[in-house]
Design a protein around this ligand. Sequence first.
Ligand code: NDP
Length: 310
Amino acid sequence: MKTKCLIIGSGPAGYTAAIYASRANLEPVLIEGYQPGGQLTTTGEVENFPGYPQGVDGNMLMDDLRKQALRFGTNIQNGQVTKVDFSKRPFTLTTDTATYEADTVIISTGATARYLGLDDEQKYMGMGVSACAVCDGFFYRDKIVAVVGGGDSACEEATYLSGICKKVYLIVRKDYLRASKVMQRRVLDNTKITVLFNSNVIGLFGDPVLEGAHIIEYAGTEREQKYDIPINGLFLAIGHDPNSKPFSEYVATDPQGFIIANGQSQATSVPGVFAAGDVCDPTYQQAVVAAASGCKAALDAERFYIENQA
Ligand code: NDP
């Protein structure tokens, strides 16, 4: 299939790029991947997307963005981009089911949840370990769970789980929470949440399902101590890694793998290839910022297409 503009990813960045590219007559094709709607579909209420004074369900927000992209004629395809050739234009991109040729490309593949890297995580995957409270919290009704992390995601997940579970531990490796003040307050004022500061999970136990975690507190100091907590579920909320792998042979990335967008525009190191959203945002990682960068990427792609037509 040949297109003037291929958009990869279906989060706020991808759909917003699609809305703008469609309205600019670029007749975009959007590949929505295996998780249509992206990370917001695993969130509950989104309270800080402008225009929704009462908040909005993450799935509903993404569904509305999808419908808006379709309304202007975006061609939405399913698949996972596994291989690209950005060495010449038109660019070639291969998914598990099709091959595309594109005059311009917008990469908006987002980011994926990080795990601690413990062997035990794999052992209990699907039987106690999760990176999505909204997806899996239901299975831990009236049970004891722990959330790892000290950012907004961790506080949001702990607060959400406190409405379902008997008790929630929040395991924070530093002596403070990195989350915004309002999220911190919700956690610290919640009697069902116990925050374990200066603590890390070093192992898990239980047979065959998770029964507890080995904790180390004040590791490497005189105050170091190890103890166990009884938990039925462990939720990881320790950040995300950018989904830039299929493209990193061609486009420049920073040491963490975030695609580098040049200056004021969303241009990557490859002329005609643009990036938007969390895949190129190590700093803000907000839905509204992703949407804005999707808009910029589409405007950049339109300009590039017009200036480089044969
Ligand atoms: P963050 O990067 O903000 O926080 C990650 C947390 O995990 C930090 O507390 C970090 O600790 C901790 N951490 C990282 N690696 C490990 C590890 N190996 N072991 C233990 N702890 C670890 O990620 P978030 O996903 O929370 O947020 C990403 C962005 O999304 C932020 O900009 C955030 O504001 C935003 N966001 C906004 C929401 C909202 O406004 N409703 C909801 C969710 C996210 P340390 O502090 O020590 O580095």
